[in-house]
Write a protein that binds this ligand. Structure first.
Ligand SMILES: [Zn+2]
Length: 343
């Protein structure tokens, strides 16, 4: 696969190429989800392995090593990701009852040992990428730590994270950190327009300004489902069970995310700010927010954040969506006037 360094990473790219020959054996790339950290790291690994790099240090895109990268088959390169994030070709068959794992297990780190014991194909060394590093479970992190403490010669680690606070301090302290920036709104909008995204501003608002996430969600199905769901909860009298029936075919994590952003916007309005995620519904949100108590909106918003932990493995997705919508209906009934009998 051919990867790109995005325009908003141009200066970080020039900086790291300039010190290409002095990079430490462990780097930790951090930055928001959906800004292109993995593509940056892939390009860096390709440039480090390139047999005939450009004068600025970037990969030539033509040598045997670069061609191996295009084919995702470089013998000196390994990428470790949770099963749930791997391309479908590696994932469990669709018929499997088991949900793909969101974690990196210790076996996957131990399997690296075979790779580590091999000598590199050429003198440019080998690269192991772990993305996202916060997906390492405790024993996997401990297994990795041994390699970070006593790095095998010629082996470098590139860890990627969008949640550095969830990484063990022992891992962080072994790595040199590289912060990758989120683009400004105007640069992100311009890039999305070039990618053929019709409403870049709205897509970015949905994606917390992360352009790659915005590009992924900017398909017709996403917008159709969002319109259906927000249309249901924008009614002046929401029928929780009826709305759950309407949206029963939408992935539950999507529904939870939309409701979280909806309550976030309601809180923004109550505190005198502008809506952040759903500017196309700002009039509706203002109408809904007016009679509500901020403390009750906040309470529901926090509950929804807590549900994020179980959303990937709910026991019963239908009941989960019904619970979500009934909680929202209770919020709508907890108006300023009805406050005396609420919590
Ligand atoms: Zn090359």
């Amino acid at each position: 696969m051919s990867v790109t360094v995005y325009p908003w990473h141009a200066s970080a790219w020039a900086e790291i190429l300039a010190r290409k020959s002095q990079l430490p054996h462990a780097l930790l790339f951090k930055g928001r989800l959906g800004i292109g950290k993995l593509d940056f790291v892939r390009k860096l690994a390709q440039s480090l392995a390139c047999e005939n790099p450009e004068t600025n240090g970037a990969a030539c895109e033509a040598c045997q090593s670069c061609r191996w990268f295009f084919a995702s088959a470089h013998p000196d390169y390994r990428e470790i990701q949770p099963e749930a994030l791997r391309p479908a070709v590696d994932a469990a068959p669709a018929s499997s009852e088991r949900k793909p794992s969101q974690h990196i297990a210790v076996d996957e780190v131990r399997e690296l040992q075979n790779f580590i014991n091999l000598s590199a194909h050429n003198h440019h060394g080998r690269t192991v990428v772990i993305c996202p590093a916060e997906a390492l479970n405790v024993s996997a992190a401990n297994a990795l730590l041994k390699n970070l403490e006593e790095p095998p010669p010629g082996l470098r680690f590139m860890l990627i994270t969008h949640k550095p606070s969830q990484l063990p301090a022992t891992i962080i302290s072994r790595c040199q950190q590289v912060a990758l920036p989120t683009p400004s709104l105007s640069i992100a909008e311009q890039w999305l327009t070039e990618q053929g995204v019709a409403e870049p501003g709205l897509a970015l608002a949905q994606a917390s300004n992360a352009p790659l996430t915005a590009r992924t969600i900017a398909d017709d199905e996403f917008w159709g489902q969002r319109k259906l769901f927000l249309g249901a909860i924008a009614q002046s009298a929401v029928d929780g069970l009826g709305a759950a029936e309407q949206v029963k075919d939408i992935p539950v994590s999507r529904v939870l995310g939309w409701l979280q952003r909806w309550t976030y916007d309601l809180v923004c309005i109550k505190s005198g700010g502008a809506v952040r995620f759903n500017p196309d519904f700002s009039m509706v949100l203002a109408r809904i927010a007016t009679p509500l108590r901020a403390v009750e909106i906040l309470r529901l918003h926090r509950t929804l954040l807590g549900w994020q932990r179980v959303v990937h493995h709910p026991l019963n997705t239908r009941l989960f969506i019904e619970d979500l919508l009934l909680s929202y209906c209770r919020l709508l009934k907890s108006t300023e006037h009805g406050a005396s009998h609420v919590g």
